[in-house]
Design a protein around this ligand. Structure first.
Ligand code: DMJ
Length: 634
């Protein structure tokens, strides 16, 4: 699309130049009158040319269609109904809440020590049985340790940092057999290594790295970067699997063999193809090697072309076809397989210091689509929530139609934070983050920014309510929201968790997977962003409520060590507190994301400044930088 746009501009210029030149070269004359006539006709010709040029421009814009986003277009509010306006709080909180911050640190350190004592080096930790597993028969590939090392630096845990670093120093990827997810390895491991590199690199302007780099030996930063390069090389064959640069789903590091997603017709997940950019672009910036930049940008070019082809208000189906580079008919959603595509649009703009406007345009267009097509209000409490668009095919006529389904994955709860971050970056006057937050936003705040902040706040509030409404105070994996005409027969309520069909023999049935809570971070991620940008105590209060619910239902004790505990997910968030059943797994994102965002929510706002860092989707902070390489999307 970049080329097409450039060609259009060139042909417009060519068109107008031709007309002006044609009329501005009459034959020479000696008489004064003829001179005047010449000037007169020339000016008429120039005016006509200018008029035609303007008319041509506006006609060609109109033919592109209302939803087309030109660079730097300022969007207007587009939510089809009104929602409460969220005012800037009277008292802005910026200091740490030390007692709560330390309670969260304690949860983190206990989780880490349990892993160190029972599963150190493994990729996954089963916290109840104290067992662990690896993704390769050749040993761990760093999923756990690399995912967590940046948090050990942020917490200032010298000894534990060194333990993790020494393990990583021996880690190699290219001889590891197994099927490794390109997306998961990029966001957890490549992201973790790059974050560790940045935190070990002293930078006087950067409040966090000044502190964290003191924990590192002089060679550590370089070691992490070398490891990141090794891993990037090991992952790179996945990006050459098709003509559109869409990364294949899995790779065997020992052979370079690629594995397509055979359960999904070999299609490529939208989120997986478009959530590797922050990592590879930062690597390109550090190494001054454009190869990594281009590798990451190619899927974005493909996706932008696909989006413009389907003209879907910035929204895209969750699957891409690697044979055509186009979207494949599938659901549109902000949950699994769709989520981080939308997250990385605004974050790519943030990462390169608000220079790549193509991403702001894509982000704003997509959020306009989200507001117009996916966001709804629940019937009773007017909870703002998202929906999904599903394709229905009529059995008889084979006709396709789109159905709105009131399903919201917990994964979607990142979107509140994205809207709030985008509100600051969408502002045309500032075009950068306002930091620290001020009470007087009147000079710089526009209607779109206000609407985006309000939408972000309300969506986050709803996510918090999917926690507080359950018996355990924890949110389920999937919340179903009532929609008009959805055929729901249950009690009058705004949202519910799908239940299994009752058993014929009358015995109790297992709760569906939808009812689980597996320690996911998305809601507390939005709370952290909302608090950090506004200083509003409300976000901290909600975060503390959620942390206490984790403490009540997810804490795991050990009979042989009363001083130690860890955490596990639970099977049914609506079980009676005395009847809660835990799941034998402590996901790495519990430490890498959930506890990191909670810790930062209660830390001093200067601990990790959001005008200096951008979080990848696994909560690894990467520095914001001024790019030296041109984006192919400009
Ligand atoms: C994390 O691994 C990442 O945030 C990813 O983008 C999707 N969600 C999980 C945690 O829920």
């Amino acid at each position: 699309m970049a080329d097409v746009r450039r060609r259009k501009v060139a042909s417009r210029d060519g068109h107008s130049v031709e007309r002006v030149n044609g009329a501005a070269t009459p034959p020479l004359s000696r008489s004064r009158a003829r001179k005047w006539l010449k000037v007169f006709f020339a000016s008429i010709a120039v005016s006509c040319a200018v008029y035609l040029w303007i008319a041509y421009r506006s006609r060609s814009r109109a033919s592109i269609g209302e939803d087309e986003v030109a660079p730097n277009v300022i969007r207007k509010p587009s939510l089809p109904f009104s929602i409460p306006r969220h005012e800037v709080p009277k008292d802005i909180v910026r200091k740490a809440d030390t007692a709560k911050r330390e309670a969260i640190k304690d949860a983190f350190m206990n989780s880490w020590h349990s892993y160190v004592e029972m599963g150190f080096g493994a990729d996954e930790f089963n916290s109840i049985t104290g067992t662990s597993t690896n993704f390769s028969s050749d040993g761990g590939v760093g999923y756990f340790i690399v995912d967590v090392i940046d948090m050990l630096l942020i917490l200032g845990e010298q000894e534990e940092y060194e333990r993790a670093r020494d393990w990583i120093r021996k880690l190699r990827w290219n001889d590891k057999r197994g099927k490794f997810s390109v997306f998961e390895t990029t966001i957890r491991t490549l992201g973790g290594l790059l974050s560790a590199h940045a935190l070990c690199t002293p930078n006087e302007q950067n409040t966090l790295s000044v502190r964290t780099s003191k924990l590192c030996a002089p060679t550590d930063a370089n070691m992490f970067l070398t490891k990141a390069l090794d891993l990037a090389e090991a992952l790179s064959p996945a990006f050459g699997a098709n003509a559109y640069g869409l990364p294949e789903r899995e790779i065997d590091f020992s052979t370079g063999q690629l594995y397509a997603d055979v359960d999904n017709r070999r299609l490529i997940s939208l989120a997986e193809a478009t959530t590797v950019q922050l990592e590879f672009k930062y690597l390109a910036h550090l190494t001054d090697d454009e190869r990594w930049w281009r590798m990451a940008e190619r899927p974005m070019e493909t996706v932008r072309a696909a989006e413009q082809r389907v003209r879907s208000e910035g929204l895209l189906p969750i699957f891409l076809n690697p044979a055509t580079g186009m979207s494949s008919i599938s659901e549109v959603r902000l949950g699994s397989r769709g989520d981080s595509y939308y997250e990385y649009l605004i974050k790519q703009y943030v990462q390169t210091n608000a220079t790549e406007t193509a991403y702001l345009d894509m982000y704003q267009k997509a959020m306009m689509g989200v507001k117009r097509r996916l966001i709804r209000q629940s019937p009773v409490r007017k909870m703002l929530h998202t929906t999904e668009l599903h394709i229905r095919i009529d059995r008889q006529t084979r006709q396709q139609s789109i159905q709105t389904v009131g399903k919201q994955d917990h994964l979607v709860c990142f979107i509140g934070g994205s809207f709030m971050l985008g509100a600051l970056y969408s502002n045309p006057v500032l075009s950068k983050l306002t930091y620290p937050p001020t009470k007087d936003t009147s000079k710089t705040w526009n209607d779109l920014a206000q609407e985006d902040w309000d939408v972000g706040h309300e969506l986050t509030k709803t996510c918090v309510e999917t926690y507080s409404d359950t018996k355990t105070g924890l949110s389920p994996e999937i919340a179903m929201f009532r929609l008009e005409g959805d055929g729901y027969k249950g009690p009058e309520e705004d949202w519910y968790i799908k239940q299994p069909s009752p058993r014929i023999d009358g015995r109790k049935t297992e709760a569906l997977l939808d009812a689980r809570n597996i320690l996911r971070p998305e809601t507390v991620e939005s709370l952290f962003i909302g608090f950090h940008l506004s200083g509003d105590q409300q976000y901290r209060d909600w975060g503390w409520q959620i942390f206490q619910a984790f403490e009540r239902s997810c804490r795991v004790s050990y009979a042989n060590d009363a001083a130690r505990h860890s955490y596990a997910g639970i099977k049914d968030v609506d079980a009676e507190p005395s009847d809660v059943q835990q799941i034998d797994r402590m996901e790495t994102f519990w430490l890498a994301e959930t506890l990191k965002y909670l810790y930062l929510l209660f830390a001093d706002q200067d601990t990790l400044r959001m005008d200096q860092w951008v979080f990848n989707t696994e909560a690894h902070p990467l520095p914001i930088f001024q790019p030296t390489m041109d984006t192919g999307l400009a």
